[in-house]
Design a protein around this ligand. Structure first.
Ligand code: GLY
Length: 399
């Protein structure tokens, strides 16, 4: 082979590689461009508009923005959304805003009266530390994890979710699976294995007692605080004790997928797959895969949706798709959910609805609270799912 021929072949290979392997830009995909551009516009406007309140926005209900104080379980989601937007765009402005709204939550690290410290700190300080390596964030995370650990009682073998509920002694809700991610992260940061061991105990007992034979989950399991025996299997935010509250199923899917990531124990993967089957094969799951607020809500199809549950499922399915043979199916379903959430039906028009991103979530139907509204955790998991989606597909915003 002549030198010139060799050179031409190498050049052709390089051209081929740069054409077909180089990252796609998000602007080339119409629904994704709408999703990211609208999310940026809303987050920019919201972060500027709400600064004087010194609080994180939670929801937009009955024409008003409601804010989350550091006592509110949702207070970490808005800063978390800003961190994800910084990660996506590399726009320093989002970093500055994320730092400001994260900093409002410093006092959360000392809270010992709720399991939600995981949601509150991991989404805000956790993402901030992951992205920037800021050592002050690290110290808040470690203190917060120690506060959360005080809620684990060895005799029961689980982290207690709520205090001062007259009807329950030691309630543990399926949502609590999400707070394990925080403890696993801090366990990696500090090398303290006891945090991860507690996550394993909690996940194992949740798998045993929260799940029904059809792989749906109860919302609340109440334990005897002395013997650790199950006392009640009930709901707080679902339609009935025996029903399948949509967000609860989503929390479980996300939680067991995450526990597989952290432990590589196949029993968690099996559990996540079973939950995915329950959700995706449910006869009451609408064609667009955005569930009603409860899979057993009495007036389906005339029931409010829960876009937040869909966003959590999309994010979890993208992760799960990387662990299993039928990954393509999970990934395609997540893509469909994201495309639908990015349509006019679910995406908030620019400048409207309190500057949130997604419409049509349901917070607490039995309490008649936050029904068919935008809500900060729907936005957070939607953005997380978009970040995960783009990583898998090699799509970038900034090149
Ligand atoms: N308790 C958290 C939620 O409403 O999903």
């Amino acid at each position: 082979m002549t030198k010139n021929l060799k050179f031409s072949i190498v050049l052709a290979l390089i051209l081929f590689a740069t054409t077909f392997i180089s990252a796609t830009n998000y602007k080339d995909i119409k629904w994704l461009k709408t999703a990211i551009d609208r999310s940026q516009e809303q987050l920019l406007a919201a972060s500027e508009a709400y600064k004087t309140t010194q609080k994180n926005p939670r929801t937009f209900d009955k024409g008003k923005v409601i804010f989350a104080s550091p006592k509110d379980w949702t207070c970490g989601f808005f800063p978390g959304s800003l961190w994800y937007m910084f990660e996506l765009t590399k726009n320093e402005h989002f970093k500055t805003e994320a730092e400001y709204y994260t900093g409002l939550l410093e006092s959360v690290q000392n809270r010992t009266n709720t399991h939600d410290v995981g949601f509150m700190l991991n989404c805000s300080y956790g993402n901030g530390y992951r992205i920037t390596g800021n050592q002050t964030y690290k110290s808040v995370l470690i203190t917060g994890a120690n506060s959360l650990m005080t809620r684990f009682h060895p005799k029961v073998g689980l982290i207690k979710s709520w205090d001062n509920r007259k009807e329950w002694q030691y309630p543990v809700i399926i949502d609590n699976m999400m707070n394990l991610e925080f403890l696993c992260e801090v366990s990696k940061i500090t090398g303290d294995k006891s945090l991860k061991e507690i996550c394993i105990l909690h996940a194992d007992k949740t798998m045993k007692n929260h799940y029904r034979s059809d792989n749906s989950s109860f919302h609340v399991i109440d334990y005897d605080s002395i013997t650790g025996q199950v006392l009640h299997k009930q709901t707080a935010q679902g339609y009935a004790d025996s029903s399948s509250w949509a967000r609860g199923q989503a929390w479980g899917l996300y939680g067991f997928t995450m526990m597989y990531r952290e432990t590589k124990n196949p029993k968690y993967l099996e559990q996540a797959k079973k939950i995915a089957t329950f959700i995706l094969n449910n006869p009451n799951l609408p064609k667009d895969k955005i569930p009603y607020w409860d899979y057993n809500a009495p007036n389906i199809p005339n029931e409010p949706r829960d876009a937040s549950a869909a966003a959590i499922v999309a994010s979890a399915l993208i992760e799960l798709s990387g662990y299993v043979k039928i990954g393509k199916e999970y990934f395609n379903t997540a893509e469909l959910i994201l495309k639908n959430l990015s349509s006019d039906e679910y995406l908030v028009p620019k400048g409207e609805n309190g500057l949130f991103i997604l419409k049509h979530s349901t917070g607490n139907w039995p309490n008649k609270s936050e029904i068919d509204v935008p809500i900060n955790y729907a936005d957070y998991y939607y953005l997380e799912a978009l970040v995960r989606y783009m990583k898998v597909k090699g799509i970038t915003v900034y090149n």
